[in-house]
Write a protein that binds this ligand. Sequence first.
Ligand code: SF4
Length: 440
Amino acid sequence: MSKKFYIETMGCQMNKSDTERLEGMFMELGYDKTTDQKEADFLIVSTCAIRQTSVDKAYSQLGVWGKRKKNRPDIKIGICGCAAEIDKDALFKRMPYLDLIFGTHNIFKFPEFVKRVENGEKVCEITTIPYPEPEELKLNRQDTVGAWIPIIEGCNNFCTYCVVPFTRGRERSRRPELIIKEAQKAIADGKKEITLLGQNVDSYGKDLHDPNITLANLLRELNKIEGKFRIKFVTSYPTDITDDLIEAVAECDKVSKFFHIPMQSGNSRVLKAMNRRYDREQYYEIYNKIRNRYDEVEITSDFIAGFPGETEEEFQDTLSAIEELKIDYSNTAIYSPRPFTKAGRMTDIFIPDEVKEERFQRLHETNCKMTLASNQKLVGKVYEVLCESQKEKHGKMMMNARTTTGKLIHFPSEKDLTGEFVNVKITKAQTWCLYAELVD
Ligand code: SF4
């Protein structure tokens, strides 16, 4: 009987993409996937370090597995991802039941790690030198209709609140031919949406020292792949969005008119303290340039409440920016101090928890108001949507689908249309979803 693996994935889409790679490599080694932790022979937690709560959650999961190992000493336990990068081999002292610790740069060395652990070795490999990607990559895709494809890893920006440059390292772009090959395979396998991933996708190609390798040109190449599918890319850095990229999005019919452009704060002094390379006015300029270029476009953003030293007036600039720009949707977060970061050392100007929480509540309410307003604009219009899954709700079969810009749509259908593009008329808007009916 084959051995079984279980991977618990926390955090961002990049981690989910890493898990697809790890699962593919596990399967090549003859392991089967299980969704039941209790029957797994090899357990791995893929960690996120963006907030301390995510790290605590990962360590608590490992504690549960460590207890299980007392009765089943044959099971192997591993940790990878951003928290592993921070705590490194100190984790062996804290969690002696661990067998494997590896970071974000050497994921393709995973088959070797598994073999060494199977032979009884305790392995810890954290490195800043990327291990090369194999020519043939086996992936175990999680999503039924879409494929997430990393194009660039790491970040050179060093925003003062962010741990990513310390965990994922400096920017490393994948060769365009590898990305195009992976996309072609995903489409040939029946995927209907490709999402290009990176901490800063607009930096794509800069480290490859060829002026023709840019995100704009990559979109143009991917747009040539035969078949009906959509292309998206996340996450964008405001001042790295070029005019050529805006034009490439306009000219490529398969590319969604969708941009995720984190602003983080609406106040120029706070943006400077965050080491963001733009001020409020520059963000407005880029945002409006994109808004005005297309007939219909969705622009989403990220905001932090309670950055060290943020005053009430400065926080209000964030609320006014969301309202003035009419941002379609925002990811909102309370500032969380992270190790190695400059802001994490600004302890004398930390904002008290209760103030941060109260600001976060107002940020959330403003986001809800603007998201609902954005959704209401769709009511009465017809959109092509990609069906993602079917579920029963109150005795009725409902399809879950998304517009090209990512809005979640529910509509009744007895037939399972998963993976199909259909036209729907929007009938009702709520904050987090819309309702629709099929049109012929
Ligand atoms: S751009 Fe800033 S927030 Fe985004 S990953 Fe890089 S350092 Fe972190």
